[in-house]
Design a binder for this molecule. Structure first.
Ligand SMILES: Cc1cc2nc3c(=O)[nH]c(=O)nc-3n(C[C@H](O)[C@H](O)[C@H](O)COP(=O)(O)OP(=O)(O)OC[C@H]3O[C@@H](n4cnc5c(N)ncnc54)[C@H](O)[C@@H]3O)c2cc1C
Length: 385
């Protein structure tokens, strides 16, 4: 069995959204990092693919996320500057729903609590400013100029490149089979299908594979299949160009939410849209990656009354996975039983916009054992998880 030639301070397991950011932040702090990933760099078999993710600052899920998003914003800008890549773009975001919907009322509440810049639009304003939308007369919207798009594959690639530039050793196509940690102050060990490695610290960010690699954490993470759809609008993509079309979340009175993006792939491309939740429970190793006709039809039917020109021609679709905790808040902490192990999982379908700040927090926890960021909400021992 092989083992690494050099010794490492930290091993990062999983180099997707969160793990690649952690590898970069740790390497930039001068730590000797070994990163282990079962698939290739910026692959499309986990939770961090599909070209786009919504980025926003006002946060209906809980106002406690806002300070993290403000720090994430600084780090998104730094990542773009350091890597020379477009990793995010601010084009504005619209949260549409009835006055008491989570998407509208919850977002407004967090904006008030944190003094975030926004506008409130009535149905007539929505139609005038954003003519692709056909809201009901009772619908209202929260508009945030500083919302936009994070680009998942470019982000993961940027973090991996920068991690390598700071000396990190990254192994792809290498699956971690198990890990163990000695008593407090002791080392941690990882066994893979290629070898065995030891380090002072371990960061585990396994995405949808948390139920396997973090089964001892006492947190229930359930995996949900989610489909992203790209449609070419009737009459072309011009009204859906990013300089005139925001990202959006649209909540129905029954709580169903869809979210979507402008067209990012030029005149022949399409605009992406998806249901936010209500996916099928799945296993990451047997995920159904085929897209079924009835799913495409259900999405087109849902869109027709709301964004009538969007479901013109179906272009493509792709499956992705959410890794949900029961309360849909993240798990981000030192392992309760092994202080030398830091864990990041259960991002519950809304983690990508936090990727750079999660990387910073993981580096804080792995090097200092603590962080100044407010992460009490993400404690694995909180009630109901
Ligand atoms: C369809 C969809 C839409 C989304 N939309 C948004 C959005 O608009 N805004 C937003 O903020 N968030 C969104 N999210 C959520 C966000 O993308 C995820 O929260 C985030 O990507 C999770 O990152 P991760 O690092 O936890 O998982 P991943 O990126 O999947 O990384 C986990 C990595 O661990 C590796 N791994 C697992 N087990 C092993 C092992 N045994 N050995 C080695 N490697 C291993 C995996 O191969 C993978 O690369 C969306 C997610 C999906 C699926």
């Amino acid at each position: 069995m092989a083992s690494s030639r050099t010794s490492h301070d930290v091993i990062v397991v999983g180099l997707g959204g969160m793990g690649s950011a952690a590898a970069y932040h740790l390497a930039a702090r001068g730590r000797r990092v070994l990163g282990l990933e079962r698939f290739g760099p910026a692959h499309n078999l986990g939770s961090s693919h599909g070209g786009s993710r919504i980025y926003r600052q006002a946060y209906f899920e809980d106002p406690a996320y806002v300070p993290l998003l403000l720090r994430a914003h600084e780090l998104w800008e730094k990542l773009a500057a350091d890597s020379g890549r477009e990793v995010f773009t601010e084009i504005g975001g619209l949260m549409i729903g009835r006055e008491h919907s989570a998407a509208f009322a919850g977002t407004l509440r967090s904006a008030h609590e944190w003094g975030l810049d926004h506008e409130v639009l009535g149905a007539a304003d929505i139609r005038r400013r954003f003519p692709t939308f056909n809201p009901a007369p009772e619908d209202v919207a929260f508009y945030e100029r500083r919302a936009g798009i994070a680009l998942p594959e470019a982000t993961v690639t940027a973090h991996l490149d920068l991690a390598r530039a700071h000396g990190a050793e990254l192994h792809f196509a290498e699956t971690v089979l198990g890990w163990e940690a000695d008593g407090p102050g002791g080392k941690a060990r990882v066994v893979t299908d290629c070898g065995a490695y030891t380090a002072d610290r371990l960061v585990i960010a396994p995405g949808a594979w948390a139920p396997t690699l973090l089964s001892g954490l006492g947190v229930s993470v359930s995996v949900e299949r989610q489909v992203m759809y790209w449609f070419q609008p009737v009459g072309g993509t011009r009204p859906f160009r990013p300089d005139r079309h925001p990202v959006y979340i649209w909540e129905d009175p029954d709580g169903t939410q869809i979210y979507g993006f402008p067209s990012l792939d030029g005149p022949e491309g399409g605009a992406k849209v998806a249901f936010f939740r209500k996916g099928v429970p799945s296993d990451p190793d047997t995920l159904d990656r085929r897209i079924h006709r009835d799913e495409i039809a259900a999405m087109a039917d849902h869109l027709r009354p709301r964004i009538p020109t969007l479901p013109g021609r179906f272009l493509k679709a792709a499956a992705c996975m959410y890794a949900n905790t029961p309360d849909e808040h993240f798990v981000l902490a030192q392992h309760p039983e092994h202080p030398q192990v830091t864990v990041a999982c259960g991002f519950s379908g809304h983690g990508f916009k936090f990727v750079p700040v999660v990387g910073e927090i993981l580096a804080d926890l792995a090097t200092e054992g603590t962080t100044e960021h407010p992460i009490a909400l993400f404690d694995p021992r909180r009630a109901r998880v």
